[in-house]
Design a protein around this ligand. Sequence first.
Ligand SMILES: [Zn+2]
Length: 254
Amino acid sequence: MTTALQAQRAAHQRWMYHTREPGVSDALFEAQIKLLGEDWSREQEKYQAAVAAYTAAKVYVRDRFRKEVLYHEEPADIEVTWDAKWTKKERAEVQEGIEAWRLIVGRQRMDGEQVHVDKLANGKRAHYWNDIVHLAADDLRNGEVVVHEFGHWVEQRNDNTAALIQAEYDRRTAGWPLVPMGGNYRTDEKTREDKWAERYMGVAYPQARAHEVFSMGIQMIWAMPDRFLAKDEESWRITWDVLHTGPHVLERGE
Ligand SMILES: [Zn+2]
């Protein structure tokens, strides 16, 4: 079996034949190939070890960030009912996302609320409406989709949270017109263009008192806090403010 490293090395050697200097004897050239090939191979191994160490360090930092900074001491206290169509394994995967969400949101924002988790056919897009989170088993993305959709539930269920999101969204998007997302998005999915980490973050549904800025934010601050911060510090701060500052008294929505 050819490893990726061997394939890269072969490509490198082919490139060396192409760039052979005129007047270099065969013996010298073969010696150069051998030497450069070995050096290059060692450099590649060092590079791959560095990438592996960096990736492991990032996961470690992200996990510490979650535990020490992002998660609340008291998780949200909620009651979940389940569609009978979920298998035990799928349900466990959704449950993991819910546990993360409970810690991110905390009890001061969600306490005693009830939600139903509906199972969509594979290939259908997840969404939230009126205390029902609709998810498809083939698109949970390690809990990211669960955290996102449950984020919509926080906004709809909690007046203080919704008011804070609205104020932050208005401040952030002042002066920007609403334009359709286009592509495969529904026609009511309109965004305000700005320097969002993701264009979809500008989407607002005025009639439903709902936005994507917070559900995208809660998803990204949990799944990729470093990338999110580097790309869009403003949305990172909005998400943070909603989760960790502002009025904490729970007031139910309609
Ligand atoms: Zn959404």
